[in-house]
Design a protein around this ligand. Sequence first.
Ligand SMILES: Nc1ncnc2c1ncn2[C@@H]1O[C@H](COP(=O)(O)OP(=O)(O)OP(=O)(O)O)[C@@H](O)[C@H]1O
Length: 301
Amino acid sequence: MISLRGLTKRYGDRLAVDDLSLDLRPGTVTGFLGPNGAGKSTTMRLVLGLDRPSAGTALVGGVPYQRLRNPLRTVGALLDARAVHPGRSGRAHLVALARSNGIARRRVGEVLETVGLAGAAGKRAGTLSLGMSQRLGIAAALLGDPEVLMFDEPVNGLDPDGVRWVRGLMRSLAGEGRTVFVSSHLMSEMQLTADHLVVIGRGRLIADAPLADVIAGSSLTAVLIRTPHADALADRLRAAGIAVDRLGENELEATGAPVERVGDLAHEAGIRLHELRTRQASLEQAYQELTADSVEYGAGR
Ligand SMILES: Nc1ncnc2c1ncn2[C@@H]1O[C@H](COP(=O)(O)OP(=O)(O)OP(=O)(O)O)[C@@H](O)[C@H]1O
């Protein structure tokens, strides 16, 4: 469990993280989304004690990172895959980490196997491809078998197989009851990986909700209806406070209400339906609506 309360980080007059309060739960993959410069990496650095908050607290398992006895056994993180001594082999890097954190040396072989680097563990870190470096960073995060895992852009540089592998790994870590917090700009991937989403913009919380709720909240998520009584049903739905658009002679599109409610209202009014279905927005569409006002570094139109 990670708990943030009023977490704030100021760099000069720049508010990188602005009063964030949220709890990240075990057994869940929480996707961390936000435009460039929104404050995602800063938030992760604050949780890991790599930066001091200007105000508020970040707790891991109820205590600040600095007070954890064996930090790597409680929380594992991949922030910057290139932050490894380039002249050291991947295995030597992990052995050093294990030694300084009181972790059994056999874990090194296990995590190298898990991330598919066993065959390349003797290579100097500086010669690894970006994708292999990501795998080494993930191996380091897993080393202490921690309950909490944080990954900043873990699929960056991975090929499609690697991306799929990371997705499976995140799902299985959460399936084991761990807290998994992962940032990404790849919305289609997040839609497949995350159960829950935290969205920030300009350091502030925009959404903290289940993935399904974020998608349902998009204006592009709608209920599509085909009925020979389109006028009567449109009146009925509008009277119930539901926005309705006429798509064709027998077709309506209702937004802002779940399909069950639309179906129930039609039933109560005795209106026959020939088709009733939900059109779901993609996460990408929902995300764009949520963050439209928070994008700082966008290309001009
Ligand atoms: N050490 C620092 N000194 C000054 N400003 C910083 C520092 N670290 C981050 N910032 C600023 O804080 C803001 C948030 O940056 P951060 O890297 O946390 O965003 P992010 O959401 O991770 O972005 P991206 O998606 O581009 O990685 C940015 O405006 C950034 O320039």
